[in-house]
Design a protein around this ligand. Structure first.
Ligand code: SF4
Ligand code: SF4
Length: 472
């Protein structure tokens, strides 16, 4: 029985409710009156239910689809301005005991080189990341209680936060590791992590079981209920995501929004972020082996519909996607992107020869961080290296209530400009710096509070003189 408040995976992600939702969406995909009323509700910017959003996703009326895109663009602009938050993944270890059929780290892949970074190697990777200009990382590791126990992850987080190289610092570590216990989540929280991110991969239980034939991850309920345990362990900010291409995208879309509704119903706070990866090529993995690959146009529509359905949730895209697709979805809703990423273990210090690659997936956008930063600015965006909220204790419901009151933007733009200034001073190529100075001068004018504007102007001068780490 479908119950968003239930703590059981099969009840808050109820298969029959998803099937009914898809049938409802199909029945109404050309129902102009209903679609107009859903669009009307979406314009209030308070979000949509999984059923309503599924109708928009299925909508076949071209003019209404254009209205969905237009609204997504407008919500993106109103809630996130021109800012795009930058991050990089850091792969600690690709040892894994699971059997995920879509990932080259699965335990049966005997030819991929297995690597686990020592604390010394982590130090070198972090220095390389700091020298690029990164301040925010997403830690990645396979599940392996022998090679990558929680103690190893915790020690690695301590190492990362301790490294201060030149003006560099990693100020926020988000963690993307396997589902674990409330007690382990509590320890991650104590270690000072930002968001705990766990992709569901697929919400379709039967497919999930086929795609995860072996290992602890094969337990659908354990995996799907992980965010609940993380929140019980005190982690306020959790991230959701599905791997589009494994199952029918409309099924995944409904499941994803039901998961968000569940978190909101039980904890009073929806997901902090939603990631939208698509299956892509890697060692041992051919995306064509999965029948449900989606075209770029559908992918763009999914992003727009998520933006409209959950306006307060940040959306993340990785370098799996090409420059072209990234450009399009930035406009429709994405608020965080990675840049200059290496998806192999130890890849920031040493580029691996292709035949010995330990990468989890092939990167489509292989530009350097500086190239991505310049590209964003030339498109009119403000790349932001801000990590302020979690460091100021603005997490969970505190963060969401500021978002919903529209107040968070009073912090975001000033923080974006100050962290961009740090980047320009410390890491940017001369051409990037020249473009960036113009962006900062222009964007300063959009700070509405005169006192804040004055403080920002003063701090920008101080950053040019060598001071660092100002934040609101
Ligand atoms: S997706 Fe994660 S759990 Fe599955 S094989 Fe890859 S690293 Fe292991
Ligand atoms: S102020 Fe908070 S919400 Fe805004 S960019 Fe910084 S960390 Fe994100």
């Amino acid at each position: 029985m479908y119950d968003p408040k239930s703590r059981k995976a099969e009840e808050f992600i109820d298969h029959q409710e998803i099937l009914d939702t898809l049938a409802y969406a199909d029945a109404h995909k050309a129902d102009a009156a209903l679609i107009d009323s859903i669009l009307e509700k979406a314009r209030l910017r308070k979000g949509l239910s999984h059923r309503e959003a599924s109708v928009l996703l299925a909508c076949e009326l071209e003019d209404r689809n254009q209205q969905v895109y237009e609204l997504a663009r407008q919500i993106k602009k109103d809630f996130y301005g021109d800012r795009i938050v930058m991050f990089a993944p850091l792969y600690l270890s690709n040892y894994c005991v699971n059997g995920c059929l879509y990932c080259p780290y699965h335990a049966k892949n005997k030819h991929i080189p297995r690597k686990k970074l020592t604390q010394e190697e982590i130090r070198a990777e972090v220095i390389a990341l700091q020298d690029m200009g990164h301040k925010r990382l997403a830690l990645e590791a396979g599940e392996d209680p022998v090679h990558n126990p929680l103690e190893y992850i915790l020690e690695s987080i301590r190492t990362i936060y301790s490294i201060k190289h030149k003006n560099g610092a990693i100020r926020r570590v988000n963690v993307n590791i396997a589902a674990t216990t409330v007690e382990d989540y509590r320890r991650l929280k104590e270690a000072g992590i930002g968001t705990y991110i766990l992709f569901q991969e697929t919400y379709h239980k039967e497919s999930y079981q086929k795609l995860h034939p072996t290992g602890p991850k094969s337990d659908y309920a354990w995996h799907t209920e992980a965010h609940d345990r993380a929140m019980e362990g005190g982690i306020d900010d959790v991230g959701l995501g599905v791997l589009f291409g494994l199952e029918l995208y409309r099924y995944e879309f409904a499941g994803l929004l039901m998961h968000a509704e569940h978190l909101e119903a039980v904890f009073g706070v929806g997901p902090h972020t939603i990631s939208v990866p698509r299956v892509c090529p890697a060692d041992d993995i051919d995306p064509n082996a999965f029948d449900n690959g989606i075209a770029d146009e559908i992918f763009e529509k999914i992003v727009a519909c998520i933006r409209v359905a959950v306006p307060y949730t940040g959306m993340i895209i990785s370098t799996r996607e090409s420059q072209k697709v990234r450009q399009r979805v930035l406009e429709l809703g994405i608020s965080q992107i990675s840049g200059g990423s290496r998806t192999s273990v130890g890849g920031y210090v040493e580029k691996e020869p292709e035949e010995e690659s330990s990468a989890q997936f092939d990167v489509s956008d292989s530009r350097t961080l500086d190239e991505v930063v310049r590209w964003l600015m030339e498109l009119g965006y403000v790349p932001s290296f801000c990590t302020a909220c979690y460091r100021e204790g603005r997490t969970g419901d505190r963060f969401m209530s500021l978002c919903k009151a529209g107040q968070i933007q009073n912090c975001c733009l000033p923080n974006a400009l100050m962290t961009l200034k740090e980047y320009l001073e410390d890491y940017a190529a001369p051409e990037t710096k020249a473009v960036g100075e113009q962006v900062i001068a222009r964007q300063q004018e959009y700070i509405t509070n005169p006192r804040v504007k004055e403080i920002v102007a003063d701090r920008l001068v101080k950053i040019a003189q060598g001071e660092r780490d100002f934040r609101f």
